[in-house]
Design a protein around this ligand. Structure first.
Ligand SMILES: *Cc1c(COP(=O)(O)O)cnc(C)c1O
Length: 401
């Protein structure tokens, strides 16, 4: 096989913000009303409209727009009454804002093993739920992989766990036809640049729980202006919360909300575009004998904004050679098996702020050969074929069949 050409596109380059969203943002700037509570009587702010539209998209009663998904997770935990006596169960394969949100809440984090499908290990979850008497499961659908949500729901009921979903990578995804984010008592989404809709930074929190949402709104920094939220519970729900809830100043502003609203309209189409790219890469990688692609369960409608695959037979030296040669060809692969945290990627070993870092042998083993590739929509299907060809070439060079 001859050396494939160097791949020149940037794996972190997202598509431009749509013109409709740019115009909406410019209107907000022309109005000077960037703060969400800077609205005339009877006028609905962009933030309030975004909340209405996302609640409708999710089929949820309430939605709150926040400054990030990390703050959404932290505020979700706080609004459910978490205390320093609590333990939160969480899958060990996730992004740093997730343990960060738990640590910020003052609770103890108990990390749970993952499976080769990149989802939480249900047996370890049950074991740890029984042992720790945790009240919460913060389930991170990391890289868009969903565990069996029916079994998750059953386990949560059995052990009295309140489920909070981290849907940073599953906005638009479904399990058995039900939207990801509909299973948990609360669900958190990110609108940060690398997720499925892009406002630079931002988060969305949804729930049907009126009391928890009332607290979340005040925590987010609503002052006593919560009545201007339209995807919110009625005033009665705030009767106690208004005196008992501190302001953590984590609001979303109108500029970001204006940028997001047109993107929400095209989200489902964008998800299909991601999946075309994902499936193009997956089909080609599946033909490489030394590479193992994750078989996605039939219940899962995923959003292929990234792809994970493993190198099952590779030694640590081979994994390193594989990653380095891919990099040389312009194919940037992330690796959670690295001992050192790099870029956006840190494995649980490097979270030294946790009071106790467990040893999760199964997770370590899985992550040691797990490769992780972003799939931005700026890649054409031909680009996806080029990426897969480069990977095939390097696999042929560095891995033994
Ligand atoms: C990005 C991400 C988050 C946090 O999102 P922010 O909006 O950046 O706080 C949470 N969970 C996962 C799995 C993520 O990738």
């Amino acid at each position: 096989m001859s050396v494939p050409p160097h791949f020149h596109k940037d794996f972190t380059q997202q598509e431009p913000i749509p013109e409709t969203a740019i115009s909406a943002a410019v209107s907000v700037m022309r109005s000077g009303k960037l703060h969400r509570y800077n609205a005339a009587p009877g006028e609905k702010s962009q933030a309030a409209l975004l909340e209405e539209e996302f609640a409708a998209y999710m089929g949820k009663k309430y939605c709150l727009a926040l400054s990030s998904c990390g703050s959404a997770m932290y505020i979700a935990l706080k609004s459910l009454g978490i205390s320093s006596q609590d333990t939160v169960l969480c899958n060990a394969y996730t992004l740093a804002p997730v343990p960060g949100a738990i640590q910020n809440s003052g609770a103890t984090i108990e990390l749970v093993e993952i499976t080769p499908q990149c989802t939480i290990d249900l047996k370890d979850l049950e074991r740890k739920a029984a042992r720790t008497k945790a009240r919460f499961l913060l389930l991170s659908h990391m890289r868009g992989h969903m565990a069996d949500m029916v079994q998750i729901t059953t386990i949560c009921q059995k052990y009295g766990l309140t489920l909070i979903e981290d849907c940073a990578h599953t906005m638009g995804a479904r399990w058995n036809g039900t939207k990801s984010g509909s299973f948990g008592h609360m669900a958190c989404f990110s609108t940060q640049t690398y997720k499925h809709i892009n406002s630079g930074e931002g988060g969305l929190l949804v729930t049907d729980d009126a009391q928890a949402m009332a607290r979340a709104i005040i925590y987010s920094g609503s002052y006593m202006l919560y009545a201007t939220h339209s995807a919110a519970p009625p005033a009665e729900a705030f009767a106690l919360a208004r005196y008992h809830t501190p302001n953590y100043s984590s609001r979303m502003d109108n500029l970001r909300a204006a940028v997001l609203r047109p993107q929400l309209e095209t989200l489902d189409t964008q998800c299909m575009r991601w999946n075309e790219r994902y499936q193009t890469i997956e089909t080609l990688l599946s033909e490489i004998p030394t590479i193992h692609c994750i078989k996605r369960p039939p219940e899962e409608f995923y959003v292929g904004s990234s792809i994970q695959f493993s190198l099952p037979q590779a030694s640590p030296a081979q994994v390193k050679a594989f990653l380095a040669q891919c990099e040389e060809l312009g194919v940037h692969i992330k690796w959670f098996g690295n001992k050192e945290p790099v870029g956006f990627t840190s494995a649980y070993h490097s979270w030294h702020y946790l009071p106790h870092i467990p040893q999760l042998l199964q997770t370590d083993h899985i992550l040691s050969t797990m490769c992780d590739l972003r799939i931005p929509l700026t890649f054409s299907l031909d680009d996806c074929r080029s990426v897969a060809a480069a990977i095939a070439y390097v696999a042929g060079n560095t891995l033994n069949a």
